[in-house]
Design a protein around this ligand. Structure first.
Ligand SMILES: O=P(O)(O)OC[C@H]1O[C@H](OP(=O)(O)OP(=O)(O)O)[C@H](O)[C@@H]1O
Ligand SMILES: NC(=O)CC[C@H](N)C(=O)O
Ligand SMILES: [Mg+2]
Length: 480
């Protein structure tokens, strides 16, 4: 299996539109602005004039999947859903690229999913024992089998009952000829927003940056445990469960979401900048300049510079054309991948004491390489400042860090990490600092954030993942 050389992999973007003359094109543009969430493959499904649904999907970036004009042009009809994938469950082939389209005798149904289900394997086993035949090995498909097996003629009632059976992280779009449904898991792990175009069409998508791109105005964030139904009578919100607790993924704020997006009222760039400011208060260092690691930590670096009064310098350059280097994920080749991506600006860093800001350390490949790079470029010292706490615990709700063994902070103490990386000092933002910096207007635990990858406090049972869960060596508490 090959994998993209990235420290953290993205986690899928979804986009849906109801009653827009240019539904497929609008979905294309929306997905384009969500491309940072997944680059393995993309697809769009529309409702045709005859009420049947039509799909086109392909591997790679959106522009690769839709490389010929007719691929988009054939997708006529005013209602659509689309998806860009980075897989968290199942293989990386075309069969798992979404949306999934099902042709039933009565009607067609399409599904698009962002997140990772934690009980998909056990549900699938039960369903197969009951005669279900799965077409893919992705967790996403389970929902369709559950819907089909529910009794009753009312599609929405069957969907709601099925949503109560799946566990873990999910933002789902479900399209039929009668309605576009959007559902968010009871913890709201993944972002999902509703907006509207001036022509009256409704949009539901992963991030507000996609609303801005297509010219829609923001209406609201979908709430945990909520089902939104959009049809020709307008849009309607109702809970499919009342057992909810907001636990939006803090990594969305730290790393995943685009800086121009706003989630639950908090702009991503400004949240990252506050993380950088707080880090400067918690960990001042003896430095001449601040250097951010492009791309995702540039906002945090600007915050560190503003708070410390040090100049924010362009000491590192990212080659924007290397993001899609798919090679075997051995450590040696991963290092080669990082070398292709990042270079030092020698004139800026030579002779300087550098405060180097990055947003996270996963395996440590990036930090290890950059510290060496800056020193080779003549930096006098390099203090590494991370604008989030150490990533010690795996995530099962949609981020691709499911393995404790691979997480550097799960296996080494901070002084050990510092020595391995070769930095002059290493500092992480405190958990309290992170929660304050994001500043979500919520009274839920951790102010509405999931911070399980930092402290092991998972807001739900781990279901299928519980049996193989491994404590980090550096764990400070023993989990039940
Ligand atoms: O410790 P590591 O395993 O190296 O992973 C950590 C790095 O991965 C992420 O960046 P990424 O390379 O994905 O690129 P980006 O910041 O440009 O999105 C993250 O922002 C860190 O820089
Ligand atoms: N990253 C995601 O949200 C992935 C969705 C789904 N679990 C898949 O693997 O396709
Ligand atoms: Mg990075």
């Amino acid at each position: 299996m090959s994998a993209e050389i990235k420290g953290l992999n993205e986690e899928c973007g979804i986009f849906g539109v109801w009653q827009d003359e240019h539904a497929a094109e609008r979905t294309y543009f929306g997905l384009h602005s969500l491309q940072h969430r997944g680059q393995e493959g993309a697809g769009i499904v529309t409702v045709q004039a005859n009420g049947r649904l039509l799909e086109h999907k392909g591997l790679g970036l959106l522009a690769d999947a839709f490389s010929k004009p007719e691929q988009l042009a054939q997708l006529t009809g005013p209602c659509a859903i689309g998806h860009v994938r980075y897989g968290t469950a199942g293989t990386h082939g075309i069969e798992n690229i979404q949306p999934f389209l099902f042709h039933f005798a009565q009607e067609d149904v399409a599904l698009a999913h962002n997140g990772n289900l934690t009980n998909a394997v056990s549900l699938r086993t039960e369903l197969e024992q009951d005669g279900a035949i799965f077409r893919t090995d992705s967790d996403t498909e389970v929902l369709m089998h559950l819907i089909q097996r529910q009794k009753g003629a009312d599609f929405k009632a069957r969907l709601k009952a099925s949503l109560r059976e799946i566990k873990g992280g999910f933002a789902y779009l479900v399209l039929t000829k009668n309605a576009l449904y959007a559902a968010l898991d009871p913890n709201g792990f993944r972002p999902l927003v509703v907006g509207r175009l001036d022509n009256g069409a409704y949009i539901v998508c992963s991030e507000t940056c996609a609303l801005d791109t297509v010219g829609a105005h923001f209406i609201r964030d979908v709430q945990p445990g909520e089902l939104i139904t959009i049809d020709d009578s307008g849009y309607h919100c109702e809970p499919f469960t009342t057992e909810t607790q907001l636990s939006i993924c803090s990594m969305e704020y730290i790393y995943f979401a685009r800086p121009d997006s706003t989630i639950y009222g908090v702009n991503i760039h400004q949240a990252r900048q506050r993380m950088g400011r707080r880090l400067a208060q918690e960990s001042p260092v003896d430095a001449d300049i601040v250097v951010g690691v492009p791309n995702s930590s540039l906002s945090a670096a600007s915050g560190y510079a503003l708070e410390s009064g040090l100049p924010d310098e362009l000491g590192l350059i990212k080659n924007q054309y290397s993001a899609r280097t798919f090679i075997q994920p051995t450590q040696e080749l991963r290092e080669q991948g990082v070398r292709m991506k990042l270079a030092a600006v020698k004139a800026v860093v030579a002779g300087k004491k550098v405060a180097l800001v990055d947003d996270s350390i996963v395996r440590g490949t990036t930090s290890n390489y950059i510290v060496r790079l800056l020193k080779e470029a003549g930096a006098k010292s390099v203090h590494l400042l991370i604008s989030s706490p150490p990533l010690k615990y795996p995530c099962f709700y949609g981020i691709d860090i499911e393995n404790t063994q691979e997480l550097m902070a799960a296996n080494y103490t901070i002084p050990e990490m510092c020595a391995k990386i070769g930095a002059d000092s290493l500092h992480f933002l405190s958990l309290e600092g992170l929660i304050d910096a994001i500043d979500l207007p919520s009274h839920e635990p951790n102010r509405g954030l999931c911070v399980a990858y930092f402290n092991g406090d998972y807001p739900t049972p781990l279901y299928d993942y519980a049996a193989t869960f491994k404590q980090p060596k550096t764990a400070t508490k023993v989990m039940q």
